[in-house]
Write a protein that binds this ligand. Structure first.
Ligand code: GLU
Length: 548
């Protein structure tokens, strides 16, 4: 075992002892069943929708138990730090309303909540493990590591730093001192108590009893001595943080299950009580006949940015995700499902399928329940960000926007469901706005379905001449068209037209369709009478008389 004197010489003289940090971060005084949870993303890339899911589960479990939810930034891997990742996390949490009780932004007495600024704390505990002979300096160079791995491959041994391969594990003090004197850089490794071939078991709150090979790898806990700040690895930092921050439940991605044996060894070695784990299965995607993990690289919907850019209302996404986690909640109406607590015991072991078409429908259902004014309030910030031109149009014509949104939305049992997400707005409601609508000026336009241009003209001018603003006691537009179409020789009954198509220029449906195209630009549009009322007489006439 190395002498305390040598070990201490590796650290600043004024480095505090663990007792200092234990009193700086005292145990929390919360009721026994209050859960303190955390979400701990690494800013090494953009946030996966699964991250929002995991974060929201952590938040939910904390809130419903009267506990605390923390956001911790795990940025010890500075080489892979990605510029902009933090801003993107923030945008994602804000969009989905995932507000931490404690974080660097929110404050809290257990901070700072970013690992790179907690270097001193980790060093205390690294030194402590070294003093106890549970960690040691290792001078293996990257080239030597490469050669070791190659040799391990040749002889069929598992890669890693363990057993006979761990040459610095029990290196004598003078050898260590010589390397230190020579100024050689080193890392600090954890002396794993694991024995090759041993099995360990542990309880996962979602998966139940699990067992796996124990860890026997002497993992690096403190990075190279020639880097500044001298940071620990994730494994070590997370153990120290979860302990000092008083975390009582860890809910995280399934990819960390294989690290549990190591994490337990670290907790035990540090003298920290173990913390219960729940590992959440990843979101899956149907790909042809098989399922695979939703992939950051291949699937746009894996990115949180996708939901924000498309303007899916956050509640709809959260509702969908919660339903995937706890099937029971998918059966409830949205407000109830968002308010009900999640239960870890109901999470599946197999990853649930994220079906974007399903989400689209759920979102449409949700939007259809919102009053027009609320839709507008939610929509405008989105438009301002992603469709500035339309945003100014809508702001300038707020009343028209509200009238448009009310078409087939008020006084109906079955409100329209064509607005699934904010990105649909231009396509579905854009035509209401004169600045967006493109007048149909060509009587031979193919949207008229091949009607003779003269007839299109006659329909248009006849409709304009007899146009009556919709309102109480006013003949409906369809009656107007009927009369007009009859005068122009159209078949008034579809049946008659079908029987003898050559006898007519078209059917009443063709005549009505032509008027619809003139007013809305499409043969498929919301109720025309309500649409005309929303547009107002002048605008309807402007559109109907635009033919060249
Ligand atoms: N920083 C880890 C990650 O990026 C967190 C793992 C954990 O929650 O323990 O996923």
């Amino acid at each position: 075992m190395l002498s305390v004197e040598l070990i201490d010489s590796l650290f600043p003289v004024d480095l505090p002892d663990p007792a200092h940090w234990e009193s700086r971060y005292p145990a929390r005084t919360l009721p026994a069943d209050a859960k303190v949870t955390r979400f701990a993303p690494s800013p090494t890339g953009w946030l996966h929708i699964g991250g929002i899911f995991t974060a929201s589960v952590n938040l939910d479990l904390a809130r419903h138990s009267g506990g605390r939810y923390l956001l911790r930034i795990e940025d010890t891997d500075q080489a892979r730090f990605e510029e902009g990742a933090l801003a993107q996390f923030e945008a994602g949490f804000e969009y989905f309303g995932i507000e931490a009780d404690e974080s660097d932004a929110a404050g809290g007495s257990y901070g700072p909540y970013t690992q790179s600024v907690r270097a001193e704390i980790y060093q205390t505990y690294v030194r402590e493990l070294m003093r106890q002979g549970k960690a040691y300096p290792c001078f293996e160079t990257p080239e030597q590591a490469e050669a070791r791995v190659a040799r391990q491959k040749t002889v069929g041994a598992l890669p890693g730093y363990y057993g006979e391969w761990a040459i610095w594990r029990d290196a004598p003090e003078d050898q260590v001192r010589a390397r230190l004197d020579a100024g050689d850089p080193y890392v600090v490794r954890f002396r794993s108590p694991g024995i090759g071939g041993a099995r360990v078991s542990f309880t996962d709150l979602i998966r139940g009893e699990l067992s796996s090979d124990d860890n026997r790898n002497d993992v690096v806990i403190l990075k190279r001595s020639d880097t500044a700040p001298r940071l620990p690895t994730y494994h070590f930092a997370h153990a120290v943080d979860d302990h000092l921050m008083g975390i009582t439940l860890v809910v995280r991605g399934e990819e960390w299950i294989s690290s549990v044996p190591l994490h337990h060894q670290l907790f035990d070695a540090l003298g920290f009580p173990r913390i219960p784990y729940a590992h959440v299965a990843p979101l899956m995607k149907q790909d042809g006949g098989s399922r695979r993990k939703l992939s950051k690289r291949r699937d746009p919907e894996a990115s949180v940015g996708y939901y924000i850019e498309q303007g899916f209302p956050a509640e709809a996404v959260l509702y969908y995700l919660r339903g995937l986690a706890n099937g029971r909640l998918a059966e409830l109406p949205l407000p109830a499902a968002l308010a009900e607590p999640l239960r870890l015991s109901e999470f599946g072991v197999a990853g649930p399928l994220l079906d974007i078409v399903k989400l689209d429908d759920i979102s449409a259902d949700y939007v259809s329940t919102l009053p027009g004014a609320e839709i507008l309030d939610r929509l405008l910030p989105w438009l301002t960000e992603y469709d500035k031109d339309l945003a100014s149009v809508v702001v300038a014509q707020r009343d028209l926007a509200l009238r448009a949104l009310d078409v087939e939305r008020v006084n109906t049992e079955k409100p329209r469901k064509d607005l699934h997400k904010w990105a649909d707005f231009r396509g579905v409601y854009g035509f209401f706005f004169p600045e967006v609508f493109e007048l149909v000026t060509d009587p031979a336009d193919e949207r008229f379905g091949g009607l003779a241009p003269d007839l299109v003209r006659a329909l248009a001018s006849g409709f304009a001449a007899g146009y009556l603003e919709p309102g109480p006691g006013v003949t409906t537009w369809f009656d107007q068209i009927r009369t007009l179409a009859g005068d122009l020789g159209f078949a008034l009954r579809q049946k008659d037209y079908k029987k003898n198509p050559d006898a007519y220029p078209g059917s009443i449906a063709d005549a009505a369709g032509a008027i619809r195209v003139l007013i809305t630009g499409s043969r498929q549009s919301p109720d025309l009478e309500q649409t005309c009322a929303a547009l107002g007489r002048n605008e309807v006439l402007r559109r109907v008389t635009a033919l060249a």
